[in-house]
Ligand binder design. Structure first.
Ligand SMILES: [Fe+2]
Ligand SMILES: [Fe+2]
Length: 308
């Protein structure tokens, strides 16, 4: 059973807080290395690319990864400000922890923008990336707050999985990528715990009808994230063609798109909703019927075939 506390989170947050310049230090992306670990890249399932092309694929995927993270953090920061205002006056430690959380998230958005600039600089052309960040944030924030918190918890717990993946069986991984994942997780570790505490608080005060709405909205949000991933995968394919300076047959295109989407779904959906700490939260705020509904919806989403 999780024993997190607002006081513990704020203490740890102040202890590990880093500056953007510390993340980059004196290193830059190295084109001779992969920029994403195998667990987060679609390359493993794509047979029409040779090893060098698969390495270059990770470089365009890293640009998309940074962009998509900045994208989701656009709604997380204002959500935390809102939750901090809820606790103002009643729980000073929660107020401090949540406002600090929002400020760290704004710093992460800045970090990922800088990562994007460096990726473009190294590749020598601007990557094509999805837009509509503020519209998406607005749509997400209009949903049930419990649902948005569940989504946020899934996202923040999967940064742990991404950091661990970057450490395992990938000695050749680009050192800057490793450092970005390490630093991000060090602060996300407190965010994920605060999501847990806030979600428990919100769900405790909800009516049964509001809880049902939260589950419906959570399923809607996961599908919306999947929609964003599909859009980015089409752009990743164009970015890859440009980075490799080659064209593909229809069959190769299909194989690449499917491989890319599978990896993005794993990174941005599956590794969050199956994380044991997310599941601990999810199981404690839902009924077994609601759990079955979400499980069914996620199963369908991950199997959905596209690009035919
Ligand atoms: Fe973050
Ligand atoms: Fe975060």
């Amino acid at each position: 059973m999780a024993t997190y506390s607002y006081g513990g989170c704020i203490e740890q947050a102040y202890r590990v807080n880093w500056k953007i310049k510390d993340v980059f230090g004196t290193v830059d992306f190295d084109l001779a290395r992969p920029w994403l670990p195998p667990a987060l890249s679609g390359g493993g399932g794509i047979f029409c690319l040779n090893p060098e092309e698969k390495r270059k694929l990770t470089q365009v995927e890293m640009g998309a990864y940074a962009h998509l993270f900045g994208f989701v953090e656009t709604f997380i920061a204002p959500l935390m400000v809102d939750l901090a205002l809820d606790s103002d006056g009643q729980n000073p430690q929660a107020f401090e922890a949540l406002t600090n959380f929002a400020s760290e998230e704004v710093k992460h958005m800045h970090l990922f923008r800088e990562v994007g600039r460096r990726v473009d600089g190294k590749l020598g052309f601007p990557l094509e990336l999805i837009d509509g960040q503020s519209e998406v944030a607005h749509a997400v924030l209009s949903k049930n707050r419990g649902a948005v918190l569940l989504l946020t918890a899934a996202i923040e717990w999967f940064t742990q999985h991404h950091y661990v993946s970057s450490m395992n069986h990938c000695d050749e991984l680009d050192p800057l990528t490793r450092e970005i994942f390490r630093c991000h997780w060090m602060e996300e570790a407190q965010h994920a715990r605060l999501d847990h505490l806030e979600a428990i608080r919100l769900f405790r005060d909800m009516t049964a009808k509001e809880r049902e709405e939260a589950i419906e909205d959570f399923i809607w949000l996961l599908a919306a994230i999947d929609g964003l991933l599909e859009q980015q995968v089409i752009l990743d394919f164009a970015n890859l063609g440009r980075h490799l300076d080659r064209t593909f047959t229809d069959q190769e295109r299909q194989e690449i798109l499917v491989g890319l989407l599978k990896a993005k779904r794993h990174s941005f959906i599956e590794s969050g909703v199956t994380h044991p700490n997310f599941l601990e939260l999810f199981l404690s705020v839902t009924t077994s019927a609601q759990q079955a509904r979400v499980q069914g919806a996620v199963g369908l989403l991950l199997k959905k075939h596209l690009f035919h």
